[in-house]
Write a protein of this length. Structure first.
Length: 95
């Protein structure tokens, strides 16, 4: 918890806010970010519309479904022997 709080305060949100980069390095990082994602939004506040737009992105939803599709069965596997069916037929019934 201490490491998380320390990193939360030390890691800058934007290159302009970093204290450990030189001015030349800040300009380089800003140029790379602009080339990759566009202009920096340091002066803009995130609105509810922005959040809903991000949550509606199909890539985010697909990533969440893929993550849950792999994690939930993995965590449920230790409980399989407690079911009345043998494990193989249980797997076949889940498909």
């Amino acid at each position: 918890m201490v490491i998380a709080l320390t990193n939360f305060t030390l890691i800058a949100d934007f290159p302009e806010q970093s204290t450990f980069l030189t001015e030349e390095e800040k300009e380089f990082v800003k140029a790379r970010l602009q080339q990759d994602v566009g202009k920096s939004a340091i002066d803009e506040k995130a609105t509810l519309k922005d959040v809903l737009h991000a949550l509606g992105d199909y890539r985010l939803i697909l990533g969440a479904v893929m993550y849950l599709g792999s994690i939930v069965p993995a965590y449920g596997t230790p409980y399989l022997p407690s079911f009345p069916l043998p494990p193989l037929s249980l797997y076949l019934n889940l498909i």
